[in-house]
Design a protein around this ligand. Structure first.
Ligand SMILES: Cc1cc2nc3c(=O)[nH]c(=O)nc-3n(C[C@H](O)[C@H](O)[C@H](O)COP(=O)(O)O)c2cc1C
Ligand code: SF4
Length: 484
């Protein structure tokens, strides 16, 4: 049962002078670039690209608005390395995407007055289907096998005709049907079919080790040409490289089962990217400190992954938690499973409705990873995130050695200017995120992401004098301007 919503804890904001002296506003080197501050905006998908995955004016405004607040680093949303349709999510799987992305880079440079470094998160994901209607699944999609016939003998013997067999299946009660179907088929019926990295019988999955290094390298090279300061290889949450790293990866072709096997493809991807972009361009990654699923990777695995990646030449490691399909809530018929539901989803974007203490909740993970790296002599920066929305918490995390840069996704969504407000000693003007995940609910429904707090100023024009609304015309599309 959901816990009741609670109010945000009080916080104290620094004066301009003490902000200037803080670690948060001290420069730091990340690979080949220097950041002016240690404030990091992690990737967030805003659902504003074209159906073809191209940059739109709304995408430019989303990142331009984030850049107004001059964070040290801004990470562009998870962007697909393949040139395949994936809805209004950015793509970088072909050279035709470079011009639009170059424009995005320019906008961020201008609007941050050159103070924000821009990194793009790139990813691959496996196929996932929507939850089917039961009659269509049993009547059309399910491949009938001998084992179905055998199992059905027990409940409803029928003749050799496939149509009769499908009809018999459709008439079974759930308990019997579950016994007739395999576990994967039962899951496909109830949640939608989902490919796994262990599906070696599927050519495209078996061949991932041959295909992904080249795809990630080509995508990184395009990001470099577009003018980004670096790339973040998405090895976290529910996506392909994270699934290779996962303790659940039991591939027996040298790319799973043992920890070295699980790390092999991510390291080969890193090596291919590095070979393509050269030594003087920042290549980092995002990994999970804990998968939060039964049988999944824990912090010990994550520390081992971080060490292997550091040895492989990674320039930064951003640490996240959970966000897996394995425990995702059952989707409605016609919808796809969403990995930010279930226990692992709650840990990924902690809220005040799920947790007594969502603030900085995941910092022990980045702390442990950073300590492991430092003990082994690796000085690469580690980024922590999860419920960080105040200067006090951010500065404490840095002072404590929990991380080298502080990620604040939803707080930067609620108020993109918050970094600048804090730096200028005007923290009491910060619009504080209330961590109830209205924005994540929109992401789940594949709707343009906005913040519920923005709508308090529904009639306040954007800086160009217009008021941009969401496609349903009910919400502000952009954060209200900061009236200085
Ligand atoms: C709307 C939304 C979209 C997100 N999209 C991504 C994404 O594309 N890639 C990613 O690694 N994390 C994504 N996240 C997770 C955030 O980067 C971040 O890890 C998480 O929100 C916890 O940080 P916070 O408490 O500062 O918000 C998203 C979060 C939100 C709210
Ligand atoms: S919608 Fe809610 S959780 Fe999301 S950024 Fe706004 S205040 Fe924070």
């Amino acid at each position: 049962m959901a816990k009741p919503k609670r109010s945000l804890p009080a916080t104290r904001w620094p004066t301009r002078d003490s902000a200037q002296q803080s670690l948060l506003f001290t420069p730091i080197q990340v690979g080949s670039f220097e950041c002016q501050s240690r404030g990091w905006v992690p990737a967030m998908v805003p659902w504003r690209a074209t159906e073809g995955g191209e940059v739109t004016p709304q995408v430019l405004e989303w990142y331009g608005r984030m850049a107004d607040g001059q964070p040290g680093v801004l990470v562009v949303e998870a962007t697909g390395v393949r040139d395949v349709p994936s809805g209004p999510l950015l793509r970088i799987g072909d050279d035709r995407f470079i011009d639009g992305l170059r424009e995005l880079v320019q906008v961020v440079k201008e609007r941050s007055a050159g103070r924000t470094r821009l990194v793009i998160q790139i990813l691959d994901f496996l196929r996932i289907r929507r939850r089917p209607e039961k009659h269509r699944f049993l009547g059309e999609f399910l491949s009938i096998t001998k084992s179905h016939r055998r199992a059905l003998e027990e409940f409803a013997p029928c003749g050799p005709d496939e149509a009769d067999l499908r009809k018999a299946l459709a008439e079974l009660d759930d308990a019997s049907l579950q016994k007739v179907l395999s576990q994967r088929e039962w899951e496909a019926l109830n949640n939608g079919e989902r490919e796994r990295v262990g599906d070696l019988q599927v050519d495209a999955v078996r061949d991932l080790p041959q295909v992904l290094p080249g795809l990630f390298a080509a995508a990184s090279s395009r990001a470099q040409k577009a003018g980004f300061d670096g790339v973040e290889l998405h090895m976290a949450h529910a996506y392909t490289l994270a699934s290779f790293l996962s303790a659940c990866n039991m591939r027996d072709d040298g790319y799973g089962s043992t920890i070295e096997g699980r790390q092999r493809l991510p390291l080969e991807v890193l090596a291919a990217v590095r070979a393509k972009v050269g030594p003087d361009w920042t290549v980092g990654c995002r990994i999970l400190g804990d998968e939060v699923i039964p049988g999944g990777s824990r912090i010990e695995d994550a520390c081992s992954h971080a060490l292997a990646l550091a040895k492989g030449g990674i320039d930064f490691i951003s640490v996240s938690k959970g966000g897996k399909f394995e425990d995702a809530r059952q989707p409605a018929v016609g919808q796809a499973a969403y990995p930010y539901t279930g226990a692992s989803g709650a840990e990924c974007m902690p809220t005040v409705t799920h947790f007594e203490q969502p603030f900085g909740r995941n910092l022990p993970l980045s702390h442990a990873i950073r300590a492991t790296l430092r003990e082994a002599g690796h000085g690469i920066p580690v980024i922590g995130a999860g419920g960080i929305g105040t200067f006090e918490l951010a500065e404490e995390a840095l002072q404590n050695g929990d991380c080298d840069l502080v990620g604040a996704a939803r707080q930067s969504l609620a108020d993109p200017d918050w970094w600048l407000k804090v730096r200028e000693g005007r923290g009491d003007e910060v619009r504080r995120c209330i961590y109830t995940n209205y924005c994540e609910g929109l992401d789940q429904k594949h709707r343009q992401v906005t913040c519920q707090l923005w709508d308090r100023d529904l009639e306040e024009p954007d800086r160009d004098g217009t008021i941009q609304r969401s496609t349903d015309n009910k919400r502000r599309l952009n954060a209200p301007p900061w009236k200085r």
